[in-house]
Ligand binder design. Structure first.
Ligand code: SF4
Length: 267
């Protein structure tokens, strides 16, 4: 386990977005507090597991705090769901409403929420997936898709998240695609992925729909002539109106983690 030699060494590991999710005003303030032992590196939710393992010992602490934070967030979101007319939201969001439940499709699978905010679904709901889906139900604008694709960094409100999205999310998708030859077949067979043609000259291009109004276009190029493989994710230009950009980041990362877990389980 490595020990930090100074504040800057901690700072270099941070996304430097000053997003304040750690309750510190800046990443630098956070780094100083970690170096002084007042808080742990795991209090920044964007530190990956490898880094936590390297600087160690805080995983358990982090996980219990993350669990507590998750329950608090879900409690607040469920409370808002109880005050929301789900029947009227359903039509706007590409879902249906019957028997007191709003149901939307997440990659072809039903995801239902009742008027108390209780969730029932066949997909594996990790902590990165449920809150953004509830946010979509509560605050999605329900704009019709333009079918014009842009990378995450070109979404109007993505500025503070773009670099981190590339690092945490796109990289993880690429790693899964590179190491798991059946990844794209699995997306098609298990998660209703729709192959498409003529997109950015990609060897493989397919669309998944994590939410009815939030499709993601995945373009992958195989390694060739000594060049590395290449993977890019694209969003409809309406994406950050139909789901706040922070939640797009969280949801897409949640999917990547779910795919990674599946790939590990199924070899
Ligand atoms: S949560 Fe992480 S990225 Fe956000 S301000 Fe704190 S240290 Fe920086």
């Amino acid at each position: 386990m490595e020990k930090f030699k100074n504040t800057m060494q901690v700072f270099k590991l941070l996304p430097k977005t000053n997003c304040r999710k750690c309750n510190k005003p800046t990443c630098l303030a956070f780094a100083a507090a970690v170096f002084q032992g007042q808080i742990s590196l795991g209090d920044c939710p964007f530190i990956d597991e490898d880094t936590l393992n390297t600087y160690g010992g805080e995983n358990v602490k982090y996980e219990s705090r993350a669990e507590q934070g998750y329950l608090e967030v879900m409690g607040r979101l469920k409370e808002k769901i109880r005050q929301t007319d789900l029947a009227s939201r359903a039509g706007l969001l590409g879902g249906t409403f019957s028997n007191g439940r709003l149901t939307i499709k997440i990659m072809g699978k039903d995801f239902s929420v009742d008027t108390n905010g209780e969730i029932s679904t066949d997909i594996h709901v990790n902590h990165w997936i449920a809150p953004p889906v509830l946010k979509y139900i509560l605050s999605g604008k329900g704009l019709a898709l333009t079918e014009t694709w842009v990378p995450f960094r070109e979404l109007e409100t993505s500025k503070d998240w773009a670099r981190f999205f590339e690092h945490q999310c796109v990289k993880l998708f690429k790693k899964i695609a590179d190491s798991n030859p059946s990844f794209f077949e699995d997306l098609i067979e298990l998660f209703n992925g729709q192959p498409v043609e003529n997109h950015y000259d990609a060897d493989i291009a397919l669309i998944i729909k994590p939410l009815p109004l939030l499709p993601i276009l995945i373009c992958y190029n195989n390694p060739e002539d000594g060049l590395e493989s290449d993977l890019n994710l694209f969003f409809d230009t309406t994406a950050d109106k139909n789901l706040p950009v922070e939640n797009i980041y969280t949801l897409t990362t949640g999917l990547a983690k779910m795919f990674e877990k599946l790939a590990a389980t199924h070899g």
